[in-house]
Design a binder for this molecule. Structure first.
Ligand code: HEM
Length: 486
């Protein structure tokens, strides 16, 4: 009754709940997309719910994506939300533990290292990591078998990302102690830590120990590299030799913390996406065959070692990543603190400063209005003239003509009113998009060369989603039947 009687007409409608602090935390947490869909049907694109005692305003659809992700720096703020989780994991003075202007400079340093030239050197590294992993892993011995694909893709992701982005010296340490340390760091990212990040609990103690140890490994590596006068053009080298606009050199501890941030930022999203790719391929052996045929047709039937340039010759392989991210974007909720009251254009609503804003680009990415038969995973829809091709979507040509803006880390599209934004938009947009594409396309191409997949029962069923951690991923065990190609 209170919720109905004391409704403020200038605030978006409130999702009904029985208990004050808990609010809708449980229904949201169990299945965020379902929660968004149901409430959107009831309340429209903009509504508020209680998440762990906090009034959280969701605004879905292209207009909502733009309103939140392109919000002005005086209106919306990411660090107020994320820092409790990220600072203990990444370390001090980077990403959300510094003013936004400094993050923009740090993103520029990281982006500078992600050039076409760098990608050219990454493809063979990623290919080798995948093929050697498939050879040495006991679960892939023999001609056929069944495997829970998620932990395998997590390992392939960390080996490929660490080797490409951080060099062989760091990669080799993942066979020894680094894997366990990163696992402990990971525990700092469990949603419960939005509340308990400070508590002297066993997993937080392990997180803090792991942060100090990993940072020291990077700092020791930096000092050794400096002593050797090494000039390898990797990210660490670029960061070691970068200076802020005010002239100060990036200190070693910041380089170390940015290295942790980069690996962690990419790990969960890429590993979840690659697992989904494999799960989807197992449900559609026809697509896996089409991918194999595409490589034979476009690269030659002896399938030479993959090169960066080859990726552009494999449009279906590219579309696999795009279509998988459309239905399985690992970041389902993007949050911002509200710093000054924000009128929602075209409505009577004003979002007050005690609300948190939540963008969910996945909602429009699975909306029939933009994607015919939205629930169908159909990579071919990204090819022109396909009957299921997106209706109104910014294709690359349009994006190139679009007005761009520089927040400090290079030009990005100004308009974020797109229904398809798996990499976010605005000043916090992902800088890892191209790397993730190179990594995921190379991994997919290598797996397609090695195996045929199908579901264990031969059906086209697809497993559900696990929303228990910050990054959604397939529920486990996600078992896949594999058979080696001869
Ligand atoms: C930011 C998605 C891979 C580094 C973001 C954001 C999204 C995203 C949605 C915006 C977050 C926000 O606005 O709060 C993804 C997906 C990936 C991926 C779907 C893979 C499939 C990577 C990789 C790296 C990376 C591989 C590093 C090499 C970053 C960084 C930010 C970011 C540094 C900026 C955070 C900020 O400015 O606040 N990513 N990402 N990401 N991502 Fe990624």
């Amino acid at each position: 009754l209170k919720q109905v009687l004391f409704k403020n007409p200038n605030e978006p409608p409130m999702v009904f709940h029985w208990f004050p602090i808990i609010g809708s935390t449980i229904t949201y947490g169990m299945d965020p997309p379902k929660f968004f869909d149901e409430n959107r049907k009831k309340h429209g694109d903009c509504f508020t719910f209680i998440l762990l005692g906090k009034k959280t305003t969701v605004y879905v659809g292209p207009k909502g994506n733009d309103f939140i992700l392109n919000g002005k720096i005086r209106d919306v703020n990411a660090e107020d939300i994320y820092t409790v989780l990220t600072t203990p994991v990444f370390g001090k003075d980077v990403v959300y533990d510094c003013p936004n202007a400094k993050l923009m400079e740090q993103k520029r340093f990281m982006k500078v290292a992600l050039t076409t030239e760098a990608f050219r050197s990454y493809v063979p590294i990623i290919s080798d990591e995948v093929t050697s992993y498939l050879k040495r892993t006991p679960d892939f011995k023999g001609q056929s078998g069944v495997v829970n694909i998620c932990p395998k893709m997590a390992q392939i992701t960390i080996f490929t990302a660490s080797h490409a982005l951080q060099g062989k010296e760091i990669r080799d340490q993942f066979d020894e102690k680094l894997a366990d340390l990163y696992h402990d760091l990971d525990m700092g990212f469990s949603p419960i830590n939005f509340m308990l990040h400070w508590a002297p609990l066993p997993w937080n103690n392990r997180r803090d120990h792991a942060q100090r140890t990993v940072a020291k490994i990077y700092m020791d590596t930096i000092q050794r590299r400096r002593a050797r006068g090494e000039t390898a053009q990797d990210i660490m080298y670029h960061l070691m030799n970068s200076s802020y606009k005010n002239g100060t050199k990036v200190p070693d501890h910041e380089v170390a913390h940015m290295m942790i941030a980069l690996l962690m930022a990419g790990q969960h999203s890429s590993s979840s996406t690659s697992s989904w790719i494999m799960v989807r391929l197992a449900s559609r052996p026809d697509v896996m065959e089409a991918l194999y045929q595409e490589q034979i047709d476009n690269l030659g039937k002896d399938l030479p070692p993959l090169k960066y340039e080859d990726l552009a010759k494999l449009p279906l392989n590219q579309a696999i990543v795009k279509e998988t991210l459309r239905l399985h974007a690992p970041i389902h909720s993007i949050m911002r603190a509200v710093k000054s009251p924000m009128p929602v254009p075209g409505t009577k609503y004003v979002i007050p400063t005690d609300h948190v804003l939540l963008a969910a680009p996945g909602v429009s990415a699975s909306d029939e209005q933009y994607f015919p038969q939205p629930d169908k995973w159909e990579p071919a829809r990204w090819q022109k003239d396909h009957p299921l091709a997106p209706t109104i979507i910014r294709n690359e040509e349009i994006e190139e003509e679009e007005e761009k803006i520089d927040y400090g880390y290079g030009l990005v599209s100004k308009g974020s009113a797109s229904p398809y934004l798996p990499f976010g938009a605005g000043r916090h947009r992902c800088i890892g998009e191209q790397f993730a594409n190179v990594q995921l396309q190379t991994i997919t191409a290598e797996i397609v060369r090695a195996f045929k997949f199908r579901n264990v029962d031969g059906s086209d069923k697809v497993i559900g989603t696990d929303y228990a951690s910050l990054f959604s991923r397939p529920l486990e065990p996600a078992n896949i039947y594999w058979e080696r190609r001869n």
